[in-house]
Design a protein around this ligand. Structure first.
Ligand SMILES: [Zn+2]
Length: 295
């Protein structure tokens, strides 16, 4: 039997696809801890060398760009967070953590969260369920060993989310995911219409440094927004989140945002946020625990 084209699907079929992983009840709390008006959750995906490795790209030139993320970017990000006393979440592929165990220790020592981000930044949607599961289990064990604590959250590499990802997340006993985009505010994930108790801390490409600032020498990809303009977009996102009494969440990468001119732009944004004294800075795990507790 040839596979049906989407336009040939009956209603049951397209409803089943849409319903597999869905946003359930909103978990936006009435108030944030300490009466804060807005919650700020900064995250950094410490991919480093794993993006070229994932693609089988082993040239030293490409790998050195990732190496910069660990050697220069991550320490610079850590200094910035220390200066503003902001706890953050670092999502790290296990291979990146194995390449840079000292960096993992530095994150933990500074009070930041280390959470899952695949084995080698694999593309979940190209994997069979058994491979995706095995890599996720191995990644969780590896991070636990290196960080000294079992991870409680996951961000899938490249935000790829397969039909099997949520089941694996549940099997691992994780408390939250941060890979989906159905809301501005945290919500509960539904699996085939059933509540899972897993918190989604939604992301968006708008609040990610990669789409604005990436560059590919032999492709047509070029940075298309100056760093301070990117910070301006994020400032508008923050101001509106504050207006809503909601969550402002950002995704960045040490090898991208960690450059001098970009840290300058991020600093400008953090200065703006620091101008308000009713902000709750929290890790993704703290956000997930708080919103669930309040619901
Ligand atoms: Zn990543």
């Amino acid at each position: 039997m040839t596979e049906q084209q989407p336009w040939q699907w009956d209603e049951q079929t397209w409803r089943r696809h849409v319903g597999r992983v869905r946003a359930g009840r909103s978990l936006r709390p009435a108030t944030w801890p300490g009466g804060a008006r807005v919650a700020v959750a900064l995250s950094f995906d410490s991919d480093h060398e794993t993006i070229p490795l994932r693609d089988g790209e082993t040239r030293p030139g490409k790998l050195s760009q990732g190496e910069y993320g660990s050697r220069v970017g991550a320490p610079r990000v850590l200094r910035l967070l220390e200066r503003y006393r902001i706890p953050a979440s670092f999502f790290m592929p296990a291979v990146s953590a194995l390449l840079h165990p000292g960096e993992v220790r530095d994150y933990v020592a500074a009070g930041h969260e280390v959470a899952m981000h695949g084995w080698i930044h694999e593309r979940n949607m190209t994997l069979g369920p058994a491979d995706e599961r095995e890599l996720a289990l191995r990644a969780a064990d590896t991070l636990e060993k290196l960080a000294g604590a079992r991870p409680v959250g996951i961000r899938t590499p490249s935000w790829d989310f397969s039909d099997h990802t949520l089941a694996i997340t549940r099997e691992l006993g994780l408390r939250y995911d941060s890979s989906l985009m159905a809301d501005d505010e945290p919500y509960e994930l539904l699996a085939d219409g059933e509540p899972t108790g897993i918190v989604e801390i939604p992301v968006e490409w708008i609040r990610d440094d990669a789409p604005y600032l990436m560059m590919e020498r032999y492709g047509s990809l070029r940075p298309y927004t100056p760093p301070r303009d990117v910070a301006g977009i994020w400032r508008d996102e923050y101001d509106a989140a504050r207006e809503d009494g909601g969550l402002f969440q950002l995704t960045m990468h040490p090898h991208i945002i960690g450059h001098r001119s970009r840290i300058a732009a991020l600093t400008e944004l953090l200065d703006h946020i620091a101008g308000h004294d009713d902000v709750w800075y929290a890790t993704h795990a703290q956000i997930a625990d708080y919103v669930l507790e309040q619901s």
